[in-house]
Write a protein that binds this ligand. Structure first.
Ligand code: AR6
Ligand code: MG
Length: 321
């Protein structure tokens, strides 16, 4: 039985942080071999395993780790520090989006993130690269809606200044928070639909809420057609949320299989959905194998422990250790 908590009495546990972080990394690593066209899949067959034979994760997890390490170092989302970490970590073999790679290259060469972020597209990127690193902020700031929105927006604009990218990140982070707190997810999506600032999100969230209220199984091709499966935030954030919520009572691997069947941006949709599922059920519910063969598992575990040791709820005057 999943406990329900109001924001006031919710406390982030290690199990929830592990569920979110490892669920994201696992969804990412399992989805990566199925991503992209023939060429990308061939490349991943070469670079998709570490020297130890572990399943490598992609930019989704790398940027999430940058967020976590920056949070731990600075106590809050510190944009200059985070931009430096994003830029330093970027490597072609992690499969960054082409626009994001160029933005991060500019930051590495000394450009300010404020300028670099609008250097490829003047209105900023509308890709899902901000949303894919947002779930952990949803967990950390679950009981403080204002701090959550502020942290997610500040993290997003460093590389994704477009309003569609920011709203997608907010939707994913708020849903992860709701999942972590054990809230009723269909109702959460209905509220999200009513409150969405941008029409394309309102429409997709409404579709997802209607499907969930009908309680019928929706063909994956219909999910693809109506919610999307692409790299734009608007074509993947609600999709990931719907996949996670419609399969919340099924095993983790069911979720992954659905993401593979959906196609398109499999690793990022699978990562975001995996993070939401993991925040709900906790790390102990994740499948032991493939978790045992996940890249850098020790680092992920250590960071989850470090995050869970801190009370992030009093963000106004800095977290308490
Ligand atoms: N105008 C036109 N096209 C755009 C715009 C815009 N304002 N913004 C984005 N695009 P990017 P990401 C298109 O590069 O969001 C990786 O696999 C453009 O084609 O910022 O960080 C990640 O894991 C651009 O290249 O990347 C994600 O799954 C593309 O959208 C995925 O790629 C992606 O935006 C996106 O990562
Ligand atoms: Mg991706």
């Amino acid at each position: 039985m999943i406990p329900t908590a109001s924001p006031a009495d919710f406390r982030v546990t290690l199990d929830v942080v592990r569920g979110c972080l490892l669920g994201l990394a696992l969804g990412d690593a399992l989805g990566a071999p199925h991503e992209g066209g023939l060429l990308e899949r061939l490349v991943w067959r070469v670079v998709g395993r570490t020297r130890l034979g572990e399943r490598r994760w992609t930019d989704d997890t790398q940027m999430t780790l940058d967020v976590v390490e920056s949070l731990l170092a600075r106590g809050a989302v510190h944009q200059d520090d985070l931009a430096r970490r994003f830029a330093r970590s970027q490597h072609w073999s992690r499969g960054y989006g082409p626009g994001a790679a160029r933005v991060l290259g500019r930051i590495r060469r000394g450009d300010s993130w404020e300028h670099a972020s609008r250097s490829v597209y003047p209105e900023g990127s509308f890709g899902n690269g901000a949303a894919m690193r947002a779930p952990i902020l949803g967990v950390v700031y679950a009981c403080d809606a204002e701090s959550l929105d502020d942290a997610v927006t500040r993290s997003a604009v460093i590389t994704h200044a477009h309003p569609l990218a920011i709203e997608g990140a907010l939707i994913v982070a708020r849903a992860t928070a709701a999942a972590a707190m054990g809230l009723a997810m269909r109702e959460h999506i209905e509220h999200a639909a009513d409150g969405a600032a941008l029409a394309p999100y309102r429409a997709r969230l409404r579709i997802a809420a209607d499907w969930l209220s009908q309680n019928t199984s929706v063909p994956i091709a219909t999910v693809r057609d109506q919610l999307g499966n692409g790299i734009a935030a608007v074509d993947s954030c609600v999709t990931a949320l719907y996949l996670a919520v419609s399969r919340l009572d099924s095993p983790f691997m069911t979720l992954h299989e659905a993401a593979v069947a959906l196609g398109g941006d499999v690793d990022t949709i699978s990562a975001m959905a995996g993070a939401i599922w993991g925040a709900r059920h906790g790390g102990a519910a994740l499948p032991a194998e493939p978790l045992a063969s996940l890249e850098d598992r020790d680092r992920l575990e250590r960071l989850a422990s470090d995050l869970a040791r801190i009370d992030w709820s009093r963000s106004g005057d800095g977290p308490r250790r």
